[in-house]
Write a protein that binds this ligand. Structure first.
Ligand SMILES: [Zn+2]
Length: 202
């Protein structure tokens, strides 16, 4: 059964599969899959290719342990290319590089989207032990006041030379800033729009 509507006849039994990091969005590698490889990938949640050099199914990481854990699998508009978003266990390339295109795959900025989702959830589904929910409960004035306090604290740490304390205040400010945006009902994307707009006017 071909659940994904791939026209395997058109592609001689093999479709290219682009593997993208589900968190950083970096392209990690490209491989080929036949129907069986797709089935095993979906069943085991470990990306499995049909290796043309080995002439057999090949689960990425089967010898190195550096598996690619599947997050999602989609087919393109022509039903002849697969996009797999995955979380790599270790370096993806056999050379030891993070990706097969010799790129670094280290970025934590994706977490800001996760954090925003958590903050939104605390607003919509408050619990007693959530600090974020308690901020929303106190209202917009309190949230805005906290942003002001954190801004003052980062100013103080900026004048000092302690990285750990500065990072702590930088994190506090960013977190409370995101809570304030959510309390006002605005999205970070809208702030980005303003910045992009300003940048384009230059
Ligand atoms: Zn490689």
């Amino acid at each position: 059964m071909n659940k994904l509507n791939i026209d395997f006849e058109k592609v001689d039994g093999l479709v290219p599969a682009i593997i993208q990091d589900a968190d950083t969005n970096k392209v990690l590698m490209l491989g080929y899959m036949n129907q069986e490889a797709i089935d095993i990938t979906l069943e085991t949640k470990k990306v499995t290719f049909f290796s043309r050099t080995k002439n057999r199914l090949w689960t990425k990481g089967e010898t190195s342990g550096n598996f690619l854990t599947v997050v999602s699998l989609t087919v393109d508009c022509d039903n002849d290319t697969i996009l797999i978003k995955a979380k790599p266990v270790g370096p993806v390339c056999h050379t030891g590089d993070d990706t097969c295109f010799a790129e670094e795959n280290k970025s934590n900025t994706f977490f800001i989207d996760e954090l925003r989702a958590i903050i939104k959830d605390r607003k919509n589904n408050p619990t007693d032990h959530s600090y974020t929910a308690s901020l929303f409960a106190k209202g917009i004035n309190k949230v805005a006041q906290k942003v002001g306090e954190e801004a003052v604290e980062i100013v103080i740490e900026a004048k000092d030379d302690n990285k750990e304390l500065f990072m702590g205040e930088a994190a506090d400010l960013l977190y409370h800033y995101l809570v304030l945006l959510e309390a006002k009902g605005y999205e970070l994307d809208e702030v980005m729009e303003v910045l992009i707009d300003r940048h384009q006017k230059k």
